[in-house]
Design a protein around this ligand. Structure first.
Ligand code: CA
Length: 237
């Protein structure tokens, strides 16, 4: 159960904010109190697993926050907390995209139950999305993104995390030459603090594990003066 989920509480009324904070903490959540609409947007984009959203907020109001999140395609569950019964129709309308709502005054216990239900649903959704990630098969080689595992003849090849990321990036672009710069950007990103030979070292290790140890036909090709290409593993000979 996602009991340590980060729940952003966007509420400018200090008494209600404190009340929510207290109940969520007691239930083992990591509540994040927020007092204006812009901060709510930032929290929903970056850290929160669920957003409790007051409609009457300074800066951006709750409607604008919700509309912006959905326009950006963010699926974070949002529970609207509102004092105005006439807003409910707009809130639950498909146009706004709230997942649930409560009216003030509300029962904290009921709100917590709804939060738990929404988090269960959204974590199931995340698991499903991973399960739907296909296992890529190239002859005797399988690259299983969901399990983060490479297998040769169904036997796991012990790869370090970066080696797996590098292999995944290459097999995801089968037959296409990728520059070292691009591989660095995709596999290391901002963490990178080596030089381009780091890539060469990792490719060498991948070759050793896949080809020398697991007996796979050579499939990671050097493209001189450019980078590397996965050409697809050949069938066993
Ligand atoms: Ca308010």
């Amino acid at each position: 159960m996602a009991s340590s989920a980060t729940v952003a509480i966007a509420e400018d009324d200090p008494a209600i904010r404190e009340l929510l904070l207290h109940h969520l903490e007691r239930e083992g959540f990591a509540p994040l109190p927020i007092t204006d609409g812009l901060a709510a947007l930032r929290a929903a984009r970056n850290v929160a697993d669920l957003l409790l959203l007051d409609i009457g907020l300074p800066g951006l109001d709750g409607f604008e926050v919700l509309r912006t999140l959905r326009r950006e395609g963010r699926a974070i569950p949002v529970v609207v907390v509102t004092a105005r019964a006439e807003e409910i129709d707009r809130v639950i309308g498909l146009e706004m995209g709230a997942d649930d709502y409560v009216c003030k005054p509300f029962s904290p216990r009921e709100l917590v139950a709804r939060i738990k239900a929404l988090l269960r649903r959204s974590s199931r959704g995340a698991v499903r999305a991973l399960e739907e990630t296909p296992v890529r098969r190239f002859g005797r080689l399988e690259v299983d993104e969901a399990a983060r595992e490479a297998r040769v003849d169904s036997r796991t090849v012990a790869l370090k995390p970066r080696e797996f990321d590098l292999l995944l990036e290459l097999v995801a672009h089968e037959g296409i030459a990728l520059t070292r710069e691009r591989l660095i950007e995709r596999v290391w990103g901002a963490d990178f603090d080596g030089d381009e030979r780091t890539i060469d070292v990792h490719v060498r290790r991948l070759r050793a594990k896949l080809e020398e140890e697991a007996g796979l036909a050579p499939s990671l090709q050097t493209v001189r003066g450019y980078g590397y290409r996965f050409r697809g593993a050949l069938p066993a000979t």
